[in-house]
Unconditional design. Structure first.
Length: 190
């Protein structure tokens, strides 16, 4: 009769059988998923990557739509700015228009009153131009500047050569941009 305790190979085989049996009993759903995970890992990684791609595409489309909306709103604002840029200047000119209409409606024939009215209207207009940053160019005695003045002729004068002798028509500048150059006569070189 064999004694299982005396035979070391029998002991080892029982121990191995017991270990397999114990391992089978100790398998839980979590450990089974962990053991199966390495086999499903490429599919899971692919699914994760595809989900991330979809998320990034949606994010990109939202960002693109927002950019288009911002661009469209900015374009509309620029259009409105161009369309209504003169609005404040026009509002300043309305009293001038009212004064001119009142002068035309006056039938008294009193030239003194008409002259006073025209003088007041001119002051209103000058005030509106000043508030609109329109500056008058009246360069009598100044050095001739071809960027702001237009010489009509050169005349002999007692002034320095190339200086403005007379202004035939005033010029106008708005924010350092010439609207109309002043028409001038310039002193001839001696």
């Amino acid at each position: 009769m064999e004694n299982t305790q005396d035979n070391p190979s029998t002991q080892n085989s029982k121990t191995a059988d017991e270990a397999v049996h114990e391992a089978a009993e100790n398998v839980t759903p979590e450990t089974a998923a962990e053991q199966a995970a390495p086999q499903a890992s490429p599919e899971a990684a692919l699914a994760d990557a595809q989900a991330k791609i979809v998320e990034l595409q949606e994010s990109f489309l939202r960002a693109k739509a927002e950019t288009e909306n911002v661009r469209r709103r900015a374009h509309e604002e620029v259009q409105k700015a161009h369309k209504f840029a003169i609005e404040s200047f026009a509002e300043r000119l309305l009293p001038v228009m009212d004064s001119l209409e009142a002068a035309l409606a006056d039938s008294t024939g009193d030239l003194t009153k008409v002259r006073e009215g025209v003088d007041l209207t001119l002051r209103q207009l000058a005030s509106a131009m000043e508030k609109g940053r329109v500056v008058v160019v009246n360069p009598v005695g100044e050095k001739f500047d071809p960027h702001r003045h237009q010489a009509i002729s050169m005349v002999p004068a007692e002034q320095e050569p190339n200086t403005v002798v007379a202004v035939l028509q005033k010029g106008y500048v708005i924010a350092d941009r010439v609207l109309r150059p002043a028409l001038v006569t310039v002193a001839q070189p001696k």
